[in-house]
Design a binder for this molecule. Structure first.
Ligand SMILES: Cc1cc2nc3c(=O)[nH]c(=O)nc-3n(C[C@H](O)[C@H](O)[C@H](O)COP(=O)(O)O)c2cc1C
Length: 175
């Protein structure tokens, strides 16, 4: 698939088959994540790969946005201490979140290319996930990604037209 085909093929999947995803495939997704750009190349990321049914159940119980019983989730976490040490307030704030978003998109595109479904999930209880995953204080869960073999192929939600959202040089209509 071309990069554009992969970008368009990626869908948020909310229904999964029971099949487990091999660890080596999950690690390949993380590898794709670590090749994302990162502000000042701080790479403040950690990725907790959850495949154990008991831990999955606990994560699920505190993640209302997580649907479809995925066989794995990746919890994309930010090392706030490292981000602050290397990047100050900006690093700990915006850069950190942007880095995690970029890594997450890489993970989801790599998964799409491998025929795996994913869904980014922000609707979760951060403090509860920190406890369940035994995260140290300075590690903050930013995004949960469900991962598995899709049980369905949802229609692509409509996109805004490129010409409606892209202006050359200055805001269209500005004087
Ligand atoms: C920051 C962010 C948070 C999201 N949170 C959730 C969520 O909690 N639960 C969910 O089912 N989908 C969630 N989504 C997925 C969006 O609903 C989905 O990307 C959007 O409807 C477009 O569909 P597509 O991903 O299939 O193109 C989230 C997406 C983003 C980018």
């Amino acid at each position: 698939m071309s990069i554009m085909q992969v970008i368009k093929a990626r869908r948020s999947i909310r229904l999964y088959k029971d099949n487990k995803v091999p660890d080596k495939d999950l690690l390949e997704l993380i590898e794709a994540g670590t090749w994302a750009p990162s502000g000042s190349n701080i790479q403040p990321w950690y990725f907790i790969i959850v495949t154990d049914d008991h831990v999955l159940e606990q994560v699920s119980a505190f993640s209302p946005g997580l649907l479809g019983n995925p066989p794995a989730v990746i919890v994309a976490c930010c090392d706030k201490q490292l981000a602050f040490e290397k990047g100050g307030e900006l690093g700990r704030g915006e850069l950190c979140v942007m880095d995690l978003c970029m890594a997450s998109q890489n993970i989801m595109l790599m998964a799409a290319e491998k025929g795996l479904g994913t869904c980014p999930i922000k609707s979760f209880n951060g403090p509860a996930l920190k406890k369940i995953l035994k995260l140290p204080d300075h590690i903050s869960p930013e995004l949960v990604l469900s991962v598995g073999y899709p049980k369905n192929s949802p229609e692509a939600p409509l996109r805004k037209a490129t010409t409606d959202v892209a202006y050359f040089n200055v805001w269209e209509g500005a004087q």
